[in-house]
Design a protein around this ligand. Structure first.
Ligand SMILES: Cc1cc2nc3c(=O)[nH]c(=O)nc-3n(C[C@H](O)[C@H](O)[C@H](O)COP(=O)(O)OP(=O)(O)OC[C@H]3O[C@@H](n4cnc5c(N)ncnc54)[C@H](O)[C@@H]3O)c2cc1C
Ligand code: FES
Length: 366
């Protein structure tokens, strides 16, 4: 892992130095570029998790405006390449004037461990502005929140905003391995004391209560008809909660899920064969030609060719892999991220893009 740079923040590419008077178009363009942000402070939350608070310069304030539940994408140098990772904002845009993400170590994970071990105040990190659809809507319905481990990050932001900005009642079920691994314990205790009538927090500990099962979810959901549910945590945790909520009659449209892990099945994609299409990629300032198999996505082919383009969910919902199609035609298999206007401008999700012509060129944002 190489050192993060300590350069000063650079002016916005594609927009004026001050965004205060920028047009919506200029802001939208700047939201598709990485910006150098200075780390204001690093806070050790637990033995396995640290929060990173970024200083947002005044000229980027509007570009980095966010909704509770959204995430930042960090570009981190690793072994001579850039790797990209999404981290949800744990701060609330309505109660805190800061952009805080919290990174929990993943066993053998390259970036989560590096960030926990090395990042310090004053370092500069390249960051893509906030994105994501796992956000608090304005239906006014009471909230039933399920978080497991680091899945608390977008959920605590939603809790803080809902309590401060609305009169919605909130029940949070928060699962962790043990007491010591509970992230944000003091902050949650304070919220519970302050909003006692509207906030109920149920801590589940694996070592004491076992993994959450359908019976437990059913108990938590009783008496909460008409609620909206937000779920974020390990795969099996989310599957159990989602399945049980739907079986209990909660409409699918009222259940929101944020997946931190990739859903891609490497073996399934790697099995493609057939004619090859040439695709040119502009990545980290260099042009590279790759060959894409029939039915294969641009992202998968790039990875198979030894490149490390930005990616995270690999399912079309995080936006981390987006790039501009400047030539040729692709078919997007799934798009739960880009707006119609962005698609019109040529933005594509490379994890979902299958080339349909031989002359495709995609440019990743810099
Ligand atoms: C929308 C979104 C929001 C997220 N928010 C958060 C958040 O708020 N907090 C948080 O902590 N995380 C969050 N994540 C997860 C985060 O983006 C990273 O996936 C996580 O930190 C792991 O990254 P890593 O580089 O440490 O792990 P990686 O190096 O990518 O490793 C992940 C796993 O793959 C294995 N692995 C590593 N290298 C290889 C290899 N070469 N071949 C095969 N397997 C390998 C590792 O053993 C590990 O189990 C979020 C993800 C998404 C999509
Ligand atoms: S990697 Fe998440 S949308 Fe492509």
């Amino acid at each position: 892992m190489s050192e993060t740079t300590t350069r000063e923040g650079t002016p916005i590419e594609g927009g004026p130095t001050s965004m205060a008077a920028a047009s919506p178009d200029e802001i939208a363009r700047a939201r598709h570029h990485y910006h150098d942000l200075r780390v204001g402070r690093v806070v050790r939350e637990t033995a396995d998790a640290s929060s990173i608070v970024f200083d947002i310069p005044a000229e980027l304030a509007r570009v980095f405006e966010y909704e509770s539940g959204q995430f930042l994408t960090l570009q981190v140098p690793h072994a001579g390449k850039a790797l990209y990772r999404c981290y949800s904002l744990a701060s609330s845009p309505v109660v805190e004037n800061e952009h805080k993400v919290t990174v929990k170590r993943v066993a053998d994970g390259r970036i989560s461990n590096w960030l926990n071990d090395n990042l310090k105040a004053g370092d500069i990190v390249k960051v893509l502005p906030p994105a994501g659809h796992f956000v608090l809507g304005d239906t006014g319905a009471d909230l039933l929140l399920f978080a497991g481990g680091s899945g608390i990050t977008p959920v605590i932001s939603i809790v803080k905003t809902a309590l401060a900005n609305t009169s919605r009642r909130v029940q949070l079920v928060y699962a962790n391995r043990d007491e010591a691994s509970i992230i944000f314990r003091p902050e949650l205790d304070e919220l519970a004391a302050r909003y006692g009538d509207r906030l109920r927090i149920v801590h589940r500990l694996d070592v004491r209560d076992g993994f959450i099962d359908e019976a437990a979810v059913r108990r938590h959901v009783e008496g909460h008809s008409g609620c909206e549910a937000y779920i974020c945590g390990p795969g099996p945790f989310m599957d159990t909660v989602e399945r049980t909520l739907l079986a209990a009659g909660m409409p699918a449209a009222s259940v929101y899920i944020e997946r931190f892990a990739s859903l891609a099945d490497e073996d399934e994609v790697a099995g493609h064969s057939g004619p090859l299409r040439k695709v040119e990629l502009s990545l980290d300032g260099a042009d590279q030609a790759i060959e894409v198999r029939e039915g294969e996505t641009v992202l998968h082919a790039a990875k198979r060719s030894g490149l490390e383009p930005p990616s995270s969910c690999e399912s079309g919902f995080c936006g981390c892999c987006m790039a501009k199609l400047v030539r040729g035609k692709v078919k997007m298999l799934n798009n739960d991220f880009l707006s119609a206007a962005e698609v019109e401008e040529g933005w594509v999700l490379t994890c979902q893009s299958v080339p349909e012509t031989d002359d495709c060129k995609v440019e990743y944002p810099e």
